[in-house]
Design a protein around this ligand. Structure first.
Ligand SMILES: Cc1cc2nc3c(=O)[nH]c(=O)nc-3n(C[C@H](O)[C@H](O)[C@H](O)COP(=O)(O)O)c2cc1C
Length: 306
């Protein structure tokens, strides 16, 4: 997820049991221009393997051209984002915008698979809109492009993030006897029991967790435990503070204090979700301009709740 699953957060997701990681999406044009921020988004530790670098774009030449620099970073696979609905991406035919032109999506995907030496996977949505071609109609053709796995978010482009993810269609793709590549389901999984239930009900090969992981890298551990038939582990406030502190420290080391302080604000609400009367602490966390002041607030949280 953009500005969320950066290097530092992925380290924690891996530590807490994520099986597979994917970078934030990275614009092919920016990679071809050698834009520093985009090149940095491709960095990962060996610890984070298996990892995919996710690319997006609307222009076939740009997408093909960026493969060289992506492959130089040596990820385990390359993931194409045909799912992002935001206007500045989809509006120009990238992300889920391409679902308005499925033949173009198939053509570009075929070219990418042909040129890439690494496995290529695709992340997409169930359709562009409720009256356009749905994933059950084009999943086989996508498979025929030579991709190694397909991830499906159960919403249309026009739904953006509203309503509920429609897992029935994901299940139908998975149960198509002609589909042999792994199918990963995605959408609205925020706890381990939902992950277990969705896997059981829809038979998918794996589950992608997005928003449910924000400020909650433990969700992967809880899923691993649930799949192994073990009970949830209670995460203490002390552990939450310590992991949040490590997250901030790694983010600062990786992208500098200013950016790290700003981006970490997206995680605090979930790190400390459910704590009684947390509002003043939360307000302090999102207002502090320096690392030092943030660490001081984290210390106060620990003292207050333990
Ligand atoms: C802030 C934000 C950024 C996202 N960035 C990406 C991205 O870069 N690449 C991607 O494939 N999906 C991205 N997504 C979509 C999520 O990966 C996921 O498909 C979607 O949120 C539904 O799953 P969830 O309910 O588990 O969050 C993003 C979502 C959010 C909320």
């Amino acid at each position: 997820m953009d500005d969320i699953t950066d290097y530092s957060f992925r380290e924690l997701c891996k530590e807490f049991g994520a099986d597979l990681l994917i970078t934030e999406f990275i614009a092919s044009e920016a990679l071809n221009r050698d834009a520093e921020k985009s090149i940095r988004k491709m960095r990962f530790s060996n610890n984070q393997r298996p990892i995919g670098i996710q690319i997006f774009g609307a222009d076939e030449d740009e997408l093909l051209c960026c493969l060289d620099v992506v492959e130089q970073a040596e990820p385990d696979f390359i993931d194409i984002n045909w799912g992002c609905p935001v206007r500045k991406v989809a509006g120009r035919g990238a992300g889920s915008g391409i679902l308005q032109d499925v033949p173009k999506m198939l053509r570009i995907t075929t070219s990418i698979v042909k040129k890439a030496t690494l496995p290529v996977t695709v992340k997409t949505r169930i359709a562009y809109s409720s009256d356009s071609m749905v994933v059950t109609d084009f999943a086989e053709a996508l498979q025929d492009t030579g991709i190694s796995a397909l991830s499906i978010h159960g919403r249309t482009k026009t739904q953006m993030y509203s309503g509920n993810a429609e897992w029935t269609l994901i299940g139908q793709v998975k149960s198509n006897p002609r589909i042999h590549i792994p199918i990963f389901g995605n959408g609205d999984i925020v706890c381990a029991s939902q992950a277990v239930e969705s896997k059981r009900r829809y038979g998918v090969d794996g589950i992608l967790i997005g928003r449910g992981a924000i400020g909650n890298p433990w969700i992967f551990e809880q899923c691993q435990r649930a799949f192994a038939g073990e009970p949830e582990r209670e995460i203490s406030v002390a552990e939450r503070v310590d992991v949040c502190r490590r997250h901030l420290q790694m983010a600062i080391d990786f992208k500098g204090e200013r950016t790290a302080i700003f981006e970490m604000r997206k995680h605090y609400g979930n790190y400390f979700r459910g704590l009684y009367n947390f509002k003043p602490f939360r307000q302090a966390l999102v207002a502090t301009p320096t690392a030092e002041a943030t660490y001081a607030v984290l210390d106060r949280i620990k003292e207050h709740y333990i």
